[in-house]
Design a binder for this molecule. Sequence first.
Ligand code: BDR
Ligand code: CA
Length: 312
Amino acid sequence: MTKKIPLLIDTDPGVDDALALLMAFSDPGHQLVGLTIAAGNVGLEHTVRNALKLCEVAGREDVPIYAGCADPLLHPAADAAYVHGRDGFGDIGYTPASRTAETEHAALAILRLSHEHAGELLLVALGPLTNIALALKLDPTLPQRIKRFVVMGGAVSAHGNITAAAEFNIAFDPEAAHIVFLAFPHIDLADWEAVIAHGFLHVEAEQWLQADSPRARFYERISLQTRHWSADRRGDHWHSADALAMAYALQPEGALELLERPVAVEMAGTLTRGATVVDWNRQEGRPDNATLLMRYDQARFEGLIRAALAAT
Ligand code: BDR
Ligand code: CA
């Protein structure tokens, strides 16, 4: 039997984070070694509580959860409660999980786990990059121990979702993203524009959500508000950013088109703060530091979502 790949996820659950986590929970090829929790979609108190509850619903209370930074490194940022609900999980009023988070800080857990799984760890970031930036400041050798780093974030041709040019995860904490994009020699990037190109039909998702499983029943409830919000604004297709990034992380062989380019983060622009600037023509002499996911096998992506919900 081949050894499972150790997987560490930094996340700010969040409705699409929850779907990505369900995908990771049900993946046979990966061993989930922990969840480090960021603030982003909503405040840290809620994102930690949501991670604990999702693990309980999915029967994955074996997965340790580490709370991270409550705020961006420098500047306060607005959350995305208008998409995910005030509590980040659709305000369904669930009973909190009985378990609490570990006492170790997320940044320290990232460093410790990077040593325990040195050279093997798959690190996936589904939220603002604050915890990972802090870990890098504590120990700049972190990238040497990470086998692969997948980030959901950015908008490669500046079609942003939170501002005209910037995507939410990067715009929430541009200084952290800058630190991370400078420090890691290579990032596998699933950006917002790839997400828009990989929507799936609401009517089909509604069928998957009817699956007779605790995961599907819970996910149907927590995603209702955001599905309505999405259908109002974006029409027939639902877009799950973190789920696409997780598909690429778990099954990179599903990628049908990838491009290598240098990517940097804008911190100072008046209109473009938080934008990911791709040097498409390689004009500035910087090395390629990112693989951009341009196209992923749609059927494989949807199959992974169905499996995560225990739907057929
Ligand atoms: C990203 O922002 C968050 O709202 C989502 O959870 C996702 O990680 C999409 O821009
Ligand atoms: Ca997220």
